[in-house]
Ligand binder design. Structure first.
Ligand code: NAP
Length: 532
């Protein structure tokens, strides 16, 4: 290791978390060094360049709220902006606030070690440098560690291999190719219709059918934009105190208490809205009560059957075996209609499992197919993966050791034994169960306020107490237990990664409740944090 670089704060990642962290902390007069593995800013929107990638939270709300001037000036072209436009937005933010100058790009943070005597972190980067920093802020993203399943024979495959989360910047031309897509989560449902339009043939390998609903994406509505910009403070306040970080009021009615025809009419209306939580949040018991959930699920299933011509393919595409919404729901554009195309085939790998990848393609129990390219839309080692990809040594142990049975931490922001280290969108935070930009802003602002308070007090070290961490971690699981989510094998539960501990990873108590808790903690002298 070489180098002798010293700053107040190392920020890891130049996505929405890292960019805002650099902006706020630099404004406080702290010296910052940011590191980003990619060649430029944008995080998720830098890496996920697959055809069809777009946000599924309306763009008017899926953007920073702290820069009102930019909110007034920026005009999204679509209701749900596509990846290039969101990346352009991240670039605009970076340009406007000169954020790039605080980052070293193409450089990974590989390790961080706490020095108890010097009361600082020693950070090692992939270019062989070491940095000392009093604080480390991990803005590494919750869905950034790509997962490619360890399929037998994969190393022997001679065709092209892609993962949606690591898409080549120059794009991929699938014209005339025989393409396999594995995975039908949010990324799969977006990439599949686009690849189908180009490829000679496409075979989708589906393990779990998905409750996805049409996004009804449209060009941006100028009137709605004007309303939102006009009521900027109000919209912002409602998003911040809501359940999911959206300007949507929580439902008050129980599905089980309304007549079936009324529920059907409501669902019809909600279906037309094309919003991620429209059906899930139509009534207050859908995420909690299996009977209510079944009614909503059956509604979506019926709609899927209507869209797919071949009855067997339709049945394979109808989700079953888990509660609606407990795997993250998706919004799509022409997803089910894609299966009506002549050049598209669906393989249900629960009925016909993948045996191996051969040199030329994929062999299932019932057939062998040749492919020129395989697209893995197989997701991520969510929430803990990006954090644990860094070798973090705290006071007494590594974070990998500490989280061996699942992550524990306080407010998703700190883990006891790892002083002055913060995770943004960490496990135990609402992040991935919300409009993540709203959560990111709250997490970053909490950390910035805390550091400001420490400076006022002349304090050097902050660390979550073991008691506060145990209590919060129990609370995260307890609140999840009030819902149907923990009953499902999902990435929320760590179930998509073989061997990963089964723990409900995000905080499902809602963005507003989380904010209230954090505000109370801050008002109470940062209760649960030992500051010295
Ligand atoms: P994902 O939701 O984890 O989906 C991965 C898919 O791959 C699932 O269908 C999974 O099946 C399948 N799979 C995994 N391993 C497999 C194997 N060995 N054999 C066969 N199939 C396998 O990942 P994702 O689609 O990338 O989405 C992850 C999250 O990123 C989303 O939930 C969302 O939060 C975010 N995202 C958002 C957007 C957006 O805003 N529009 C777009 C993309 C992603 P199982 O279900 O059976 O595990």
């Amino acid at each position: 290791m070489t180098g002798n670089n010293s700053v107040d704060v190392v920020v890891v990642g130049a996505g929405f978390s890292g960019l805002y962290a650099v902006h706020l902390l630099r404004e406080q007069g702290l010296t910052i060094q940011g590191f980003e593995a990619g060649a430029d800013v944008g995080g998720t929107w830098y890496w996920n360049r697959y055809p069809g990638a777009r946000c599924d939270i309306e763009s008017l709300y899926y953007c920073y709220s702290w820069d009102e001037e930019l909110a007034r000036e920026w005009e999204w072209t679509e209701r749900y902006a596509a990846q290039p436009e969101i990346l352009a937005y991240a670039n605009r933010v970076a340009d406007k606030h000169d954020l790039r100058s605080s980052f070293i790009f193409n450089t990974r943070v590989e390790a961080a070690e706490w020095d108890d005597q010097a009361q600082q972190w020693t950070v090692r980067t992939s270019d062989g440098q070491t940095w000392s920093a009093r604080f480390v802020v991990l803005g590494v993203g919750a869905l950034s560690a790509a997962n490619i399943p360890d399929l037998p024979g994969l190393a022997n495959y001679t065709g092209q291999i892609y993962h949606t989360g690591q898409w080549p910047h120059e794009g991929v031309d699938f014209t005339g190719l025989r393409v396999a897509v594995i995975g039908t989560g949010s990324s799969g449902i977006q990439v599949i219709p686009k690849v189908a339009e180009q490829a000679a043939s496409m075979t989708v390998f589906q393990r779990t059918a998905n409750f996805t609903m049409p996004a009804h994406n449209t060009p941006a509505d100028p009137e709605l934009r004007a309303e939102v910009v006009e009521d900027w403070a109000g919209v912002r306040q409602r998003m911040r105190t809501s359940s999911y970080g959206l300007d949507v009021q929580p439902p008050t009615e129980s599905l089980l208490e309304v007549p079936a025809e009324e529920a059907r009419a409501t669902f019809d209306r909600k279906w037309q809205e094309g919003a991620l939580t429209a059906i899930l949040q139509a009534y207050n018991d859908i995420v909690r009560n299996p009977e209510a959930n079944d009614i909503a699920a059956d509604y979506v299933r019926d709609r899927i059957r209507e869209m797919v011509h071949d009855p067997q393919v339709a049945e394979d595409l109808v989700p079953s075996g888990y509660h609606f919404g407990t795997k993250r729901p998706c919004l799509d554009t022409n997803y089910f209609d894609t299966y009506n195309r002549e050049n598209v085939e669906l393989v249900n790998v629960r009925r016909d499992p993948i045996v191996e990848v051969t040199a030329a393609g994929i062999r299932t129990e019932q057939a062998e197919r040749e492919f020129d390219a395989i697209v893995f839309a197989t997701g991520f080692d969510a929430m803990t993966g990006p954090v644990l990809s860094i070798d973090i040594h705290g006071r007494e142990q590594t974070l990998r050791e500490k989280w061996a049975e699942g992550p524990v931490g306080y407010l998703g922001l700190q883990s006891a034994g790892f002083p002055n280290l913060f995770t943004i969108t960490g496990p135990g935070s609402p992040s991935v169960l919300s409009n993540v930009v709203v959560s990111i802003e709250q997490h970053v602002e909490f950390v910035a306020d805390l550091l400001a308070r420490m400076r006022e007090q002349g304090a050097r070290v902050v660390e979550a107490t073991a008691e506060a961490e145990a209590e919060w971690s129990d609370h995260v699981q307890q609140v999840a237990g009030y819902t149907l989510y923990p009953h499902t094998d999902s990435w929320f539960m760590g179930a998509n990664i073989p061997g990963k501990p089964r723990v409900f990873l995000p905080y499902i108590g809602g963005v507003g409740n989380f904010r209230a808790k954090c505000d109370a903690v801050a008002a109470n002298d940062y209760e649960g944090f030992a500051i010295s």
